[in-house]
Design a protein around this ligand. Structure first.
Ligand code: ZN
Ligand code: ZN
Length: 260
């Protein structure tokens, strides 16, 4: 049994065939998923999927790349997170890949999320791209270890993974780890201990091999587990069981999410 720790079921590619997406999850033994929020405008749709399906949970947060949208405050995030199906704050973080400095607003937005997570006691979903030094620095400055969380769709070096794990964070691998040119990341996956590891699709993006180029969906997350298992010389059952257990522990979803 697998859990997809990060997907975007409210994005049009997945929303247009949600019953089919959920059916293929069930057929592939994917027993649950975390539907991740990227803007406050999107949040009602993100939460609605979680409210309508017992095996889907939600987050609330604003992605570092989201512009021309409502800027979150600590109070607003804490208020929206006060719902039994909202299990995390994010996705938030820093992304210097697409946008140019000055990006103080991005760092301020990230600080707001960390403060909200600390206040409401829910873990963080952290997105970091081309910004790992600043991401770790802001996490330390804001006491992110008090909230804990996950470095999602991890593509950084082992040193960055170790810095995040030292703050109590989990490392989540996506379909990128299955790509042929992802040698360095595959070494990181080998090194991250099983009790710190999560798997995700980040769908509808980044479909794993052999679905590369197609629209991604939570039902493909077993391909990530298979690759991690092969890299670690473990059975896929063990990687599935341990990553699922980590998911329940981190997001305090104690009841195994039931398939319907
Ligand atoms: Zn992300
Ligand atoms: Zn995402």
């Amino acid at each position: 049994m697998y859990v997809d720790s990060h997907c975007h079921l409210s994005f049009p590619e997945l929303a247009k065939d949600l019953p089919g997406v959920l059916e293929r999850m069930r057929a592939n033994k994917v027993i649950g998923a975390l539907n991740v929020c990227t803007t406050l405008e999107e949040f009602p749709a993100v939460l609605a999927v979680a409210e309508q399906h017992s095996h889907i949970v939600a987050s609330v947060g604003v992605h570092p790349d989201s512009q021309d949208c409502e800027e979150p405050t600590i109070d607003r995030l804490v208020a929206l997170a006060d719902h039994p199906k909202v299990v995390a704050i994010g996705e938030s973080g820093l992304d210097y890949f697409r946008l140019q400095e000055p990006l103080e607003w991005q760092r301020d937005r990230f600080r707001t999320h960390i403060r909200a997570a600390r206040r409401c006691g829910k873990p963080l979903i952290i997105h970091t791209r081309a910004s790992s030094d600043d991401t770790i620095r802001v996490m330390k400055e804001e006491g992110a270890q008090e909230a804990g969380g996950v470095m999602h769709c991890f593509t950084e070096s082992l040193a960055v993974a170790e810095a995040a794990m030292a703050l109590g964070f989990y490392i989540s691998f996506s379909g990128i780890v299955t790509f042929k040119n992802a040698r360095e990341l595959q070494e990181v996956a080998r090194a991250v201990p099983l009790d710190r590891l999560l798997i995700e699709t980040d769908s509808p993006y980044l479909a794993p091999v052999p679905f590369r180029g197609k629209s991604n969906e939570p039902g493909f997350v077993p391909k990530v587990a298979e690759k991690v298992a092969a890299l670690k010389n473990l059975s896929v059952e063990e990687v599935a069981a341990r990553s699922t257990e980590n998911f329940f522990k981190l997001f305090k979803v104690f009841e195994p999410i039931s398939t319907e």
